[in-house]
Design a protein around this ligand. Sequence first.
Ligand code: ZN
Length: 431
Amino acid sequence: MKFETTLRYKNLNDRNLIESDPKYYDSVLIQAHLLAYSRKAVPQLLSEMANDQGFTYYIDPMISDFRIGNNFRDDEGNIRGWHRIYVDILGDPLETVLERRSNANARELSDDILREITRSIVDYQENFVYDRLEADVGKYEDLTITPRDVQPKAVIPWVHRIEKVEDIEIARKIINYAEQESTLPLKPCLYTTTRFIGDATKKRLLIELLEEFDVSECFLLFEDLNKYETTQSEYTNLIEYVYDIHKSGVKPHFYYGDFFSNLLAYFGLRGTSFSSLFDEEFKEKTEYSGGGGLPGRYYVDQLKDFLKIDATVDVMNRAGAPTCSCDVCERHFDDWYDLVDYDQDEDQVLKPILKKHRVAMRWNHSRLVEEHRLEDVLQSIDDDFSSFVGPYRTSPHVSPRKNMQYLQKWKKAVESRSELAVEELDQLQYA
Ligand SMILES: [Zn+2]
């Protein structure tokens, strides 16, 4: 077993990355509404990829999108685009709930409705892909695959945000209903805040919740992780939480993770998930923020963060850093100014390069924690901080709202709990 590297499939343009670069990920996490929208192409892709050994995927159920706010509705109040198609497929009772109320918050729904929505989500994850493939074959053809060939690695039950202790009971009901419906293993996602798990009693309740069920793996999602704002003590809480889950025998996997999640491998984290170009962290949306159109950013490995293109060129030149040696950058960039030249045709030319580079870096991070001792990784973070903090502070292209202190917070948090670190990852290779 190794540290699982999971690439999020959030954007139709990421298809190329998934198809052409399977060497840079272990599994794909597909947004349920992208699958619903692209219901010919994505099942086809999955069935082709299923022929490749070791291809695995999950479907992000996304029902938490409907919990609060109106980001999924247009100005007239209708459910928009991809969300509409997904809701149509799940059907009732979710459809009726969203017609009658503004939201579908598990806390406000009856047990019967909770059970039925949970059932429809399980059914979607287990059967939708195969059903679509079957519907698309010709009348006189047979599918050469079985449903199992194209099913996800595990079912992710409805992800309910745990804000209060009462929400744990709701999560318990959802996992219980999902367990009754599912034929595949469950991989529940515990969605909460760093504040919640900072309370020892609440943290214990979450771990007991996992222990009640026959689950060997889980996802972890935090609303409030933000490398510029999260404090060292919140990072420490995360370390202890991951370690406690690991000790309880369940393998935790981040639902959205930046490089800090890779450091958590030393405390028992078993995998992390990330997007190709945006979203190092997750934030629940309450208002529609538009689709796509954001400028490309370069993932600077030494910073473990994205920078805008002009900031990248400036900071890297000031630091005298050589261009990246990954196979993508090596092919395209002789010096940092080449980034600006490629920027002329950003969507078609630059973004695909930026994505490949990013995914290659994140893949390397998984290997880094598998192959190196914790002290050595922390030392390299420290060295990068020293080399780049000057250029970063003085560059007029870096937003003054940003700073590099997160590297120090990560390092200090990890050092303060180093007694919990599982020194040899091999010990985690988990008989
Ligand atoms: Zn690169």
